[in-house]
Design a protein around this ligand. Structure first.
Ligand code: TYD
Length: 204
């Protein structure tokens, strides 16, 4: 089982994925928790290249190549081996981030994202939870996190709105895999929604 968490910056996906990992471990599952871009040492190096620096440091096309390089390394070295050893793998972000950030909001490049994905990755999550909140709330939360902003968090309100719309469209495009979860409200309330989706998919 490969479960991914997605959403715009400040949506709460990392908090929710952590809670799911803790819960699954508590009930006896072996879980490997990871994130993109990054996870493996090589991919963490690429992460720094992509996320730090000036907004225009890379074109959207170059970003797609870098994210795919990081993704391939992460899969080969960590995700696939963990799956082979029987673990549930949970990743904060995966290819849906590329579909939405580089394919919709940064540029209109969804075709290129999909073609490259098929060529060099060709692997999908079994279940994706998109934690959905409005852009205003997300931006307020982000502004409280000092020093954690990356290149994409600083691209403005319209960019964030395009991301949110992109994620909502993915929910329609992949209704079986991609479940939109309302991310507004207290963390525990959001977690009960998230938990219900995950446990239903695990068949328990
Ligand atoms: P992340 O550590 O996930 O931060 P947060 O989820 O808190 O925003 O940051 C990763 C950043 O990289 C985020 O702004 C989304 C972006 N990103 C892409 O643009 N494309 C991708 O394929 C991935 C995986 C991430």
């Amino acid at each position: 089982m490969f479960i991914t968490f997605e959403g715009i910056g400040g949506c709460g996906k990392s908090t929710q994925s952590k809670k799911v990992v803790e819960y699954l471990r508590k009930i006896g599952h072996e879980v490997f928790h990871t994130r993109e871009p990054g996870g493996s040492p090589g991919a963490e190096e690429i992460r720094r290249l992509i996320l730090e620096g000036d907004g225009n440091r890379w074109s959207a096309e170059t970003e797609i190549l870098l994210f795919n390089a990081a993704r391939r390394d992460h899969l080969e070295r960590l995700v696939w081996p963990a799956q082979k050893s029987g673990k549930i793998v949970i990743s904060d972000r995966f290819v849906d981030s590329t579909r939405v950030y580089q394919g919709v909001a940064r540029a209109d490049l969804r075709g290129l994202v999909d073609e490259l994905h098929t060529l060099v990755i060709n692997y999908e999550a079994d279940l994706t939870l998109v934690i959905d909140i409005d852009v205003k709330t997300a931006m307020e939360r982000m502004s409280l996190r000092s020093g954690e902003q990356d290149r994409f968090d600083e691209m403005g309100m319209k960019f964030q709105q395009d991301l949110r719309d992109g994620y909502l469209s993915l929910g329609k495009e992949f209704p079986e895999r991609c479940i939109i979860v309302d991310g507004l409200g207290p963390q525990d309330e959001v977690f009960s929604r998230v938990k219900a989706v995950v446990m239903k998919r695990l068949g328990t």
